[in-house]
Write a protein that binds this ligand. Structure first.
Ligand code: CA
Length: 231
């Protein structure tokens, strides 16, 4: 990825300035906001690769901003926290954040952490909780329910389906699916993906007739997931 674009949300200008300087020195591009209320509208009109989010913002808490962002985006999020009680919150609420740092922090160390998270999330895309009434993904328990019953999935089947559900309508190539669902994609083959898709389809069909067609083959390209049609 070239020049990842980082959105920094921090109301203390000296902290924001140090952070912007450190990140731009390391070839990130940055956009800075000082209030939480501006985050969602901006993210809906512009693409970012990473969100650095202060917890103590003047208008709404960073936690609330995180919840709102997670409704529509799986962007990596790192919290800036000022107090131990805020850290407890980050850990306790399982908000879907990728990391946190406590103030005061070293901007250079933070840049290194952002780079590490970006590297990790590019290899293994973040799998946000997704749900439709028929198919429900619970990221915390790493389980997927179909028509109310728990799907008995292997680890690879689970990761494949969670990857599909995170981006309905997107066509994934076999290579992309191998990267997201296999820890060592080099050792697996395209046919491996096909075999797992086949067993996954069978399990979905067994759970609900309406889910039998959710994973479609795009000939010569790969596979694409569509939310089941409940009507
Ligand atoms: Ca603050």
């Amino acid at each position: 990825m070239q020049n990842p674009h980082i959105l920094i949300v921090e109301d203390e200008h000296s902290i924001a300035e140090n952070l912007i300087y450190a990140l731009e020195t390391e070839n990130f591009s940055t956009t800075h906001l000082a209030t939480g209320g501006e985050v969602v509208p901006l993210m809906q009109s512009q693409d970012f690769d990473f969100l650095v989010l202060d917890v103590g913002l003047p208008d709404i808490l960073g936690f609330e901003v995180c919840k709102q962002v997670r409704q529509f985006s799986s962007i990596p999020i790192l919290f800036l926290t000022a107090r131990d009680s805020e850290i407890d919150h980050v850990l306790g609420l399982e908000l879907g954040a990728d990391d946190y740092v406590t103030k005061p922090f070293s901007p250079r160390e933070l840049a290194a952490r952002i780079r590490a998270i970006l590297r990790r999330t590019q290899l293994a895309p973040v799998l946000p909780e997704t749900s439709s009434c028929l198919l429900e993904h619970d990221a915390r328990s790493m389980s997927i329910h179909c028509a109310g019953s728990l799907l008995d999935l292997t680890a690879h089947e689970y990761k494949l389906l969670a990857t599909f559900m995170s981006q309905p309508g997107r066509t994934f190539t076999r290579d992309q699916l191998l990267e997201s669902a296999w820890q060592d994609p080099g050792s697996a083959m395209d046919r491996t993906v096909d075999a797992h898709i086949k067993s996954l389809r069978a399990k979905l069909r067994d759970a609900s007739e309406l889910c039998s067609e959710v994973i479609q083959t795009r000939r010569g390209l790969g596979y694409c997931f569509h939310q089941p049609d409940e009507n």
